[in-house]
Design a protein around this ligand. Structure first.
Ligand code: CA
Length: 543
């Protein structure tokens, strides 16, 4: 086993040094072009680039230029010539994008594969990180490190400030091949409780896991909806059981529910569902379930569970997205007297720690990079950098000034027609090519302006109290490692989920089956998977 790893590492070292060689050669292309220019124009030899001096504002090229762009993402967004964001960008930079992705096809992954197989590649390609990591080292994408360093001051500044993102973008060969979408604002989801029920029963918001039990028990036993029936369903779940499993966080456990199953114990990578905290959570959740504190149909009721159970005035507590959970108030306040579904901070877990497992990812897998066939990589990187300038970032976040927003006290404020229009703000913007998740930095202010007041209160409560747990780093795996993970990891999750469900529903006894469960995980290759994660994390920590 050790030998195998060693020879594998050796192969990697060789591959990296070879690639570093290729990378360096490619990087010389723009410099050579400049040298060529200097030779023709000896008078300009002392200035670095005569053409550059004449460029004003955000112009990247003196003459209008057109680059080809492959943008087909989430099986939903295909680059469209009518997108005003890109039209405006062309006006400001003199660089126009020509979309080449097949519009009629719906499967973004397939469209990407067909494009890659076609030989000649478009200049700029939007893709997932794993594809940049796979095809970058093979030479299909240009390493961007030196280009960023020399020609992309805004991206450079951002990556210098955000080491986590720089590391995320860095492939195992040490190169960056793409610039990705960076969401803003960590808070995403939190706990919501029927505050009016608490008030009615004379209870405080629960601050510990024991208090959560007491409150749910009271919701179940004391008829807070006042209809004389024991019909309350204290904890509700619209994610087919995932939100029930996620209650494990109250015992300090890490689960699959928010892709939180890997975590760090100092520098040691651990798999949440194998730890004693998980066992503790299963023991308690099966008890809660048996006592009717959790929806008996939690695993099957599906995505409408919240609307149904809140609408019937029987649901009392959940964990969900701030915006969507808060919107229940708009729906049910007129129907149910006193209805108040309020965000609350996470209760302390069994060890006394207050933490929130869910957060927005720091960076998305989708980004864009420059292909091997781009004629002028300097123009390409400058174009990607444009979207990281103040103007570019505002354009992709808010749209067109005077049309979609006005600058008020130095801040972009959406027009009433956008905020109160016929369609949701996000779909209005995306139809114009704004808030398309290419490589740009989102601005939470765009969202703040149309969030429900209670949702905003929840999000700010979580952000300001620093309860959101730092996410497990998004590691990068070598192609070999990824292959092993694809083979072995796929069997792990269904097995863990199946056992978890059986335990919570009481179909299997936790104490009696825990050891054989651990044994089965090891039989499925868990040890090797943990080693791969540890190795990837160790590389990450050193970057
Ligand atoms: Ca009742």
């Amino acid at each position: 086993m050790k030998k195998k790893v060693l020879s594998f590492c050796l192969a990697m070292v060789l591959a990296i040094s070879l690639l570093a060689g290729c990378g360096a050669q490619k990087q010389e292309t723009p410099a050579e072009t400049e040298k060529g220019n200097e030779a023709k124009e000896p008078a300009a030899a002392k200035t670095e680039d005569p053409a550059k001096e004449e460029l004003t504002g955000l112009l990247i090229s003196k003459e209008p230029q057109e680059l080809t762009l492959h943008l087909h993402i989430y099986n939903k967004f295909v680059f469209n010539d009518n997108w005003v964001s890109f039209q405006k960008a062309a006006e400001l930079t003199n660089i126009k994008m020509k979309g080449v992705a097949q519009e009629s096809a719906t499967d973004s992954g397939q469209v990407f594969n067909v494009m890659m197989a076609s030989g000649e590649l478009p200049d700029i390609i939007v893709a997932e990180r794993e594809n940049f990591f796979k095809y970058g080292p093979e030479g299909a994408f240009l390493p961007l490190n030196d280009l960023i360093d020399q020609y992309a001051p805004n991206i450079k500044k951002f990556l210098a400030e955000r080491e986590d993102i720089r590391k995320y973008l860095t492939a195992p060969d040490g190169n960056i091949y793409s610039i990705n979408f960076v969401p803003d604002g960590a808070a995403a989801q939190g706990y919501f409780i029927r505050q009016d029920w608490l008030d009615k029963l004379g209870l405080e918001r629960p601050k510990t896991v024991e208090e959560v039990y007491t409150v749910l028990k009271a919701f179940r036993e004391k008829d807070p909806n006042g209809n004389g029936q024991k019909d309350e369903i204290p904890y509700i779940d619209r994610a087919n059981g995932a939100k029930t499993v996620a209650l494990s966080a109250l015992w300090g456990a890490h689960t699959y529910s928010d892709k939180d199953h890997w975590f760090l114990d100092k520098d040691e990578v651990k798999f949440g569902p194998m730890q004693t905290e998980y066992k503790e959570a299963m023991l308690n959740l099966s008890k809660w379930y048996a006592e009717g504190l959790i929806d008996p149909e939690a695993f099957t009721r599906g995505k409408d569970a919240r609307e149904i159970l809140l609408g019937d005035n029987v649901g009392g507590f959940t964990h969900d997205w701030f915006a969507s959970a808060a919107s229940a108030n708009d729906k049910f306040q007129s129907k149910i007297e006193g209805f108040n579904f309020a965000p609350m901070l996470p209760p302390a877990d069994a060890k006394g720690k207050v933490w929130e497992y869910a957060s927005r990812p720091a960076v998305n897998p989708t980004g864009w990079g420059l292909s091997k066939d781009i004629k002028d990589p300097v123009i390409g990187i400058k174009y990607l950098d444009f979207w990281w300038t103040e103007e570019g970032r505002r354009l992709m976040n808010f749209g067109i000034e005077g049309e979609d927003y006005d600058m008020i006290d130095g801040k972009p404020i959406f027009k009433e027609s956008v905020l109160k229009g016929d369609e949701p703000v996000i779909s209005y913007l995306q139809k114009k090519g704004v808030q398309i998740q290419i490589g740009f930095h989102q601005d939470f202010n765009y969202e703040k302006q149309w969030m429900n007041a209670l949702a905003l209160e929840g999000a700010e409560m979580y952000n300001s109290s620093n309860v959101i747990a730092e996410r497990f780093p998004m590691l990068s795996f070598t192609v070999e490692e990824q292959k092993i993970l694809d083979q072995k990891e796929t069997a792990i999750q269904p097995f863990v989920e199946e056992m978890t469900q059986k335990w919570i529903l009481g179909a299997e006894d936790v104490e009696k089956t825990w050891d054989s469960y651990l044994q089965s995980l090891n039989d499925l290759g868990m040890k090797e998977i943990v080693e791969i994660y540890q190795a990837a994390y160790d590389r990450y920590a050193k970057q």
